[in-house]
Ligand binder design. Structure first.
Ligand SMILES: *[C@@H]1O[C@H](CO)[C@@H](O)[C@H](O)[C@H]1NC(C)=O
Ligand SMILES: *[C@@H]1O[C@H](CO)[C@@H](O)[C@H](O)[C@H]1NC(C)=O
Ligand SMILES: *[C@@H]1O[C@H](CO)[C@@H](O)[C@H](O)[C@H]1NC(C)=O
Length: 441
């Protein structure tokens, strides 16, 4: 009983001792950074004694440097550069400065005028510092010494005080999907975080990642991480090949790896040694590239393979396809083509000889010689029908004539078939002409 009484009286005493404005409070950050040309939100909450008042009864005034009015809630002409983002009815006096100028880097003061209550200027005065340029973003979880196959999560982070229009974080290059988050740090400060996770591969070797914070005002800030050094298993490049000549083959194996690879050649499962007879082996190394050249006799080149290894693994490429292709396909085909060519050539030669022999035969036949003169004579004498004989070109007339026999005596003509053992003879001209030409059909 007495304890309750004591507590009650203590409370009454304390209320009497405290000043009348005990409930007039405002909470704002003590100091804030702002980026020039960006926006700024000064978070603010307040309290006043007594019952809650409607928005229409409360006037909020924000001063810069004690006396200059930046914003007044009942004066629309002051609201071009700044606005309240908070609701006064909910005791939220947060101020939004739309485009920060250098001159905005001062102290701020809030005054409330509540109808039928009181007017109060709060002693708290947040100080704003204006930055000309944005600060560089930060990279977190970034490592440059990597191994192929591991997952790497890198995070880019920056802070700002303009939640109405926050900066965007952009990765260059962006390897995978990006997660972006906005978090309040308190005291008007916000954080933007962008995260990307990717599987490290040889493609990331010698690459660096940068993150750019892009502000709506057009300003940019960037950070670039250290160049990645990725350890990866040898990769045999597609430029690797084997060329087969008549006597020897030449194979090259081009390998990309980190650390550099050891290249071993196999000829039909037998490891090629530097000391092997007839074989020339050559290596060339340049940072992450290893090139090996193998030259040997074609007879050994049936099954060639290149093996590249380093501490991360082994890669093998076989060229046996080329070797067997060379032996199973090239040789028989070349032989077949050659044989065909010889056959065709022989046929052509035989044909030529046969034609020539026939030509000689015609020349030797005295009757053929007579044919020409006799025919010319007959044309002169007009015995032949000129149309039928002259319009027909003499060469055309003899086309396909295998054997021609001219005779002064038509009746003896059929017997002249003795010159040819095969085929029958037919009269080219009608019986009206006593000079008949016989054609073999
Ligand atoms: C005040 O209003 C702003 C803008 O609506 C809001 O972001 C903030 O959370 C509010 N503050 C409190 C304490 O409710
Ligand atoms: C070794 O490789 C480099 C780069 O590919 C090339 O410039 C150089 O000529 C090569 N050396 C030999 C001996 O093949
Ligand atoms: C070639 O080598 C591979 C493996 O090295 C083997 O599987 C294959 O049988 C060989 N082929 C011939 C024709 O020797």
């Amino acid at each position: 009983m007495s304890i309750i009484c004591t507590v009650f009286f203590l409370q009454v005493c304390l209320q009497a001792l405290l000043p009348v404005n005990a409930d007039w409070t405002a909470r704002t950050p003590r100091s804030l950074m702002a980026l020039k040309d960006s926006c700024l939100v000064i978070p603010c909450t307040f309290n006043y004694p007594g019952q809650s008042k409607p928005q229409s009864d409360i006037t909020a005034i924000w001063y810069q440097n004690e006396y200059t009015i930046l914003y007044q809630s009942d004066k629309p002409e002051t609201q071009g550069r700044a606005a309240l983002v908070g609701n006064l009815e909910h005791k939220n006096c947060s101020l939004w400065i739309k485009q920060v100028k250098k001159e905005d880097g001062v102290s701020y003061k809030l005054r409330l005028e509540i109808r039928n209550l009181d007017k109060y200027s709060f002693p708290s005065s947040p100080h704003v510092t204006v930055q000309e340029r944005p600060t560089d973003p930060q990279l977190l979880g970034y490592r440059s010494d990597l191994t192929e196959g591991e997952l790497l999560t890198i995070t880019c982070r920056t802070t700002h005080t303009c939640i109405v229009n926050p900066p965007t974080l952009l990765w260059q290059p962006q390897f995978d999907m990006v997660q972006e988050e906005h978090r309040m740090l308190g005291e008007g400060e916000w954080e933007v975080v962008s995260k990307q996770t990717f599987l490290v591969s040889a493609n990331h070797h010698q690459k660096a990642v940068s993150c750019k914070a892009q502000y709506p005002s057009g300003q940019e800030a960037r950070i670039t991480g250290k160049t990645f050094s990725v350890l990866y298993k040898p990769e045999i490049l597609p430029e690797s090949n084997c060329v087969f000549h008549y006597r020897q083959f030449e194979c090259q194996c081009l390998v990309r790896s980190n650390p550099s690879a050891v290249i071993t050649w196999y000829l039909s499962d037998r490891k090629v040694k530097q000391t092997d007879v007839d074989i020339s082996l050559n290596f060339n190394l340049s940072s992450s590239m290893t090139r090996s050249l193998l030259v040997g006799p074609t007879s050994l080149g049936a099954n060639i393979s290149c093996t590249a290894s380093n501490k991360l693994g082994v890669t093998q490429l076989g060229f046996h396809g080329y070797g067997s292709w060379y032996q199973s396909w090239i040789v028989p085909t070349a032989a077949a083509v050659g044989a065909l060519f010889i056959l065709l050539f022989t046929a052509a030669v035989i044909g030529c000889i046969w034609k020539r022999r026939k030509k000689d035969q015609i020349k030797k036949d005295p009757d053929i010689a007579v044919l020409k003169t006799a025919r010319q004579e007959k044309i002169k004498n007009g015995i032949h029908s000129k149309e039928s004989f002259l319009t027909a070109n003499s060469t055309e007339l003899y086309v396909n004539v295998d054997f021609i026999k001219f005779s002064k005596h038509r009746k003896s003509a059929p017997s002249s078939g003795k010159k040819s053992s095969e085929g029958s003879y037919q009269s080219v001209f009608s019986d009206r002409y006593d000079d008949a030409i016989y054609q073999n059909y």
